[in-house]
Design a protein around this ligand. Structure first.
Ligand SMILES: Cc1cc2nc3c(=O)[nH]c(=O)nc-3n(C[C@H](O)[C@H](O)[C@H](O)COP(=O)(O)O)c2cc1C
Length: 210
């Protein structure tokens, strides 16, 4: 999805708030399914002891009907310690070509060794599996700069069967979105809207002063 200078994602005229909410979910879905989308990468935020921690992740899956979004990570990572404390996460995506920022947040479910985790792992390519196969967990201090991969992992010299060793460290984190905010920048003026959800249903929509 890319728009020319004066085209808006809602078409012509005044945007309808319901359309904006649908467009946001379409953009997120496109982000998950199209590697070339700027929204394929997202920033996620966790909070521990009143300090925010942010990092980039790949937006792996978006279920529009249930308002759920997913990432893959290593169970041994620092972010998992944060998430296990709060069971809550915030997301941010921005696509300059669409002039659109989407922020959203919600409670999480951690999938480890369950059916969903297995399904996502089965779709995880040979190349992407190797960091889950390392003995040293993420954030281990190293004596010198290194990729942390041994020779075999560096050369992708492992079988699909051997890569299954990484499954024990592979986690899928599901966020059940409870609010979402859209911010659109334009030379004629910015626009902003907020949406709230209750269970799977849209429970509130409002335009906000940008
Ligand atoms: C483009 C890009 C994509 C990334 N995707 C992921 C990802 O999908 N999952 C992940 O755990 N880390 C990903 N990372 C690494 C994280 O940003 C982060 O540095 C790492 O996971 C350690 O974070 P933590 O110490 O808070 O756990 C990515 C980094 C970049 C630059």
């Amino acid at each position: 999805m890319s728009l020319l200078q004066n085209e808006h994602p809602w078409g012509t005229g005044i945007p309808h708030i319901d359309d904006i909410e649908k467009i946001c979910w379409q953009m997120l879905h496109e982000g998950a399914t199209n590697r070339k989308s700027a929204m394929h990468q997202a920033v996620i935020g966790t909070s521990v002891d009143s300090i925010a921690y942010m990092r980039t992740v790949v937006l792996r899956r978006v279920d529009i009907d249930t308002r759920k979004i997913y990432l893959h990570t290593d169970k041994r990572s620092k972010k998992m310690q944060d998430l296990e404390q709060t069971m809550h996460m915030s997301w941010l995506v921005y696509d300059q070509s669409l002039r659109t920022q989407i922020r959203c947040s919600g409670a999480i479910i951690i999938h480890h060794m369950d059916d969903l985790c297995k399904e996502q792992w089965d779709h995880t390519g040979h190349h992407s599996r190797r960091y889950y196969m390392t003995d040293q967990p993420p954030s281990t201090e190293l004596d010198q700069t290194s990729t942390g991969l041994n020779e075999a992992l560096t050369a992708f010299d492992y079988t699909l069967e051997e890569s299954e060793a990484g499954f024990q460290h592979f986690v899928v984190v599901e966020t059940i979105i409870d609010w979402m905010e859209w911010y659109y920048t334009h030379s004629k003026g910015n626009r902003r809207a907020r949406f709230t959800y209750n269970e799977n249903d849209l429970s509130g929509s409002s335009w906000l002063m940008p």
